[in-house]
Design a protein around this ligand. Structure first.
Ligand code: ATP
Ligand code: MG
Length: 421
């Protein structure tokens, strides 16, 4: 996560930190354990007056996606967050990113008669680390973007907590964690993802990006990567983390950002080199994830031999040829994938990774291509053919190198902290 709203030069749509007033601190106004809704609070919102989007609101779920006129979020008290996570106990930690730790929690709503099957609602709570460089602006961006976006392939932000220095975000709990955990995680708990599930995941994520790019105000997501693709119990993919999201430029011009932010290995070359940001910069990141699901290798891994640290630079030449592709396919697939489909995905990845943004496909075209590949291979499972890359190369992953800005490197903790059973 990260943010770029702070600089007026980066706000071509007129958006500024005015958005501070779209959310409010609990300190003075609301510390009740019942919480309240930002959208329904007159004190909390000026977003409709400053509206980025024009669409009707509500809290229903929208199969085709919807941009709400204002965040429809519940305000939680810090006490509620403490109770939900058993005082942020270490065994509730789901993971940790640049913003801070993410905890699994349980909202006990039985008293209010809102409980799901009498057991409360399971949530994921992201708590700002006081040493985080990503901080308040990113938190604010998450609330303003994700709080207003509703789509089956975007993770649902349920609410937030802001009390004095405590900044927390409350999300729906995603049972299967992140795609990153499944592709690169270690330990017996991590089962390799079969081919058809990999396809299902990238199709879901592609639909999420399509929605962002084709909404009335194009949203450039800017941080597309495996760790930001979360999976529900049925491996439906939902994109998370809108701290870096920006409204797209009008017409086809690019944004020029003064701070290049995102993640090494996923960020598009034109963006890294010049700060020019296009919706097609997201398509490049999507191409990197396609290469990751083919190879089971992380976008950046400095433990790999030199010349192989950057996955795309290393693997790209192998994608053009069927035989070469086989030699780099994820060995954890054990050859159980339709080679024709894998080759088509590789060709799609190459298109997404094209050096010229305008020559990359749109995310809508990507969805169509992936759905055609899925339909053609619904039941095709080829027998074991080859072993792919040796296991030691798959597991030699190091911390991804984030490039939040030159001055703001990612503050990572452990990548694979203990998980709740
Ligand atoms: N809603 C959620 N449900 C379940 N697990 C989650 C949820 N949100 C995050 N996690 C877990 O917490 C981990 C850390 O997420 P987080 O977004 O903070 O960091 P990251 O994506 O690794 O890095 P970055 O800070 O660059 O986004 C995820 O990889 C995932 O395992
Ligand atoms: Mg994330």
């Amino acid at each position: 996560m990260g943010i770029c709203w702070g600089s007026p030069a980066e706000s071509p749509t007129g958006l500024t930190t005015d958005h501070l007033s779209t959310v409010r601190s609990n300190t003075a106004s609301n510390t009740s354990s019942g919480g309240s809704t930002a959208a329904s609070s007159g004190a909390s919102s000026n977003i409709s007056g400053n509206s980025l989007f024009s669409a009707s609101g509500g809290d229903e779920s929208y199969p085709n996606g919807m941009i709400l006129p204002q965040p429809n979020l519940r305000i939680f008290s810090f006490l509620e967050m403490k109770a939900a996570t058993r005082n942020f106990r270490s065994d509730t930690v789901l993971g940790e990113g640049g913003f801070g730790k993410v905890f699994k929690g349980l909202l006990d709503e039985r008293e209010k008669g809102q409980g799901k099957s009498g057991n409360g609602t399971v949530i994921a709570v992201k708590k700002l680390n006081s040493e985080s460089f990503q901080g308040f602006e990113e938190w604010q961006s998450e609330v303003n973007f994700l709080g207003r976006l509703s789509h089956p392939n975007l993770v649902k932000l349920l609410g937030y907590c802001w009390e004095e220095k405590e900044l927390l975000l409350v999300y729906e709990f995603m049972q299967k964690g992140s795609l990153e955990n499944h592709l690169f995680g270690r330990g017996s708990a991590v089962q390799p993802l079969p081919w058809d599930i990999r396809l299902k995941i990238v199709i879901g994520a592609a639909k999420g990006l399509t929605f962002l790019h084709t909404s009335e105000k194009q949203v450039i997501y800017r941080d597309f990567k495996a760790s930001n693709i979360l999976l529900d119990g049925s491996y439906n993919a939902k994109i998370s983390d809108f701290g870096l999201a920006k409204l797209g430029p009008s017409e086809s011009q690019s944004h020029v950002t003064t701070r290049v932010m995102g993640t090494y290995g996923y960020a598009a070359p034109e963006y890294v080199a010049t700060g020019h940001l296009y919706v097609k910069s997201d398509v490049y990141g999507f191409g990197v994830v396609l290469v990751e699901i083919l190879t089971g290798l992380h976008a950046v891994d400095t433990n790999r031999p030199s010349g192989r640290h950057n996955l795309v630079d290393w693997i790209k030449p192998h994608l053009c040829d069927k035989r070469n592709l086989k030699s780099v396919m994820d060995s954890r697939l054990e050859g159980k994938y339709p080679s024709k489909a894998a080759f088509r995905v590789a060709q799609l990845a190459l298109n997404c990774l094209g050096p010229e943004p305008k020559h990359r496909p749109s995310m809508h075209e990507v969805v169509e291509a992936l759905e055609r590949i899925e339909a053609a291979n619904e039941k095709a499972v080829e027998p074991r053919r080859h072993s792919g890359l040796p296991t030691n190369q798959r597991h030699s992953r190091q911390q991804p190198l984030h490039h939040r800005s030159a001055l703001h490197p990612r503050q990572d903790g452990s990548r694979y902290p203990p998980r709740l059973k």
